[in-house]
Design a protein around this ligand. Sequence first.
Ligand code: HEM
Length: 253
Amino acid sequence: MATGGGFAHSVLPSLIYFSGIWALWALLACLAVTPLSQIGVWRSLVWVRRMLGVGALVYTLLHVVAYVAIRHADWATIACEIVGRWSIAWATLSTLGLCVLGLTSTDGAVRRIGGRRWKRLQRTVYVWSPLGLLHFLLSPLAVGPLPFTMFGCLLWLLAWRVLAATSRQSRRAHSIPALLGLSLVVAALTAVFEIVWLDWVHDLPPASIARANFELDLGLSATWSVLLIGVALTIWVRGRAPKARARSAHPMR
Ligand code: HEM
């Protein structure tokens, strides 16, 4: 029979790992809703955003509960970690921010706060998500492609918003060349970031990290994954464009 200590050392680390990863994926999916609904002319996606946001919060809370359990609810140790480890300090800030967004996600809260202020508050997700990712990047085992693939995805989603906000004709940010160009630039920045980060934080030689982009020993590298996701999205947009044009030209609309 598994003892309490056995449980803490076998199940809790996996729970911390998977809940953390899923919290981040849910946040990225949440941030992808606006570009997907605007680029892909797929309006029906917007209702999913609240569900994904709440999902990200639930995974984050599960992650924190597992963390408290693995530290045997020793609050003195936990407090020391929050103030003594940058990774945990950023994570705590990110968690508090996500809690505020979760608590204000009800219709009643929108009415009380007022639409404009509520939207401004929701935009703080652009701070809480990078902080969550920074926490992942700073974790001791974050040397594989996953944290950098997430970095590339987050960068793409934030850069697309800047592109959409700054392009004078808003549809330019939805065009095939813009999406391909964005994906290429973000993939290149992901490669540079991975090299600089792993050299700086883990003292890994830049040349071997750059070379790993052309080897499959560790699976597909972050750079190629980000580029493939961007190209797949562009192909998907191209496929949907004629249907969307036909829909908007329909006389019954
Ligand atoms: C008070 C809040 C949090 C605490 C105390 C916490 C604690 C931890 C700990 C102890 C680890 C194991 C690796 C390490 O020791 O650094 C970890 C890993 C991780 N956390 Fe958090 N976390 C918090 C919030 C978050 C949030 C908000 C996210 C994402 C939205 C997140 C995502 C992750 C991910 C992806 C990992 C990597 C898994 C691994 O490499 O083991 N965490 N967290």
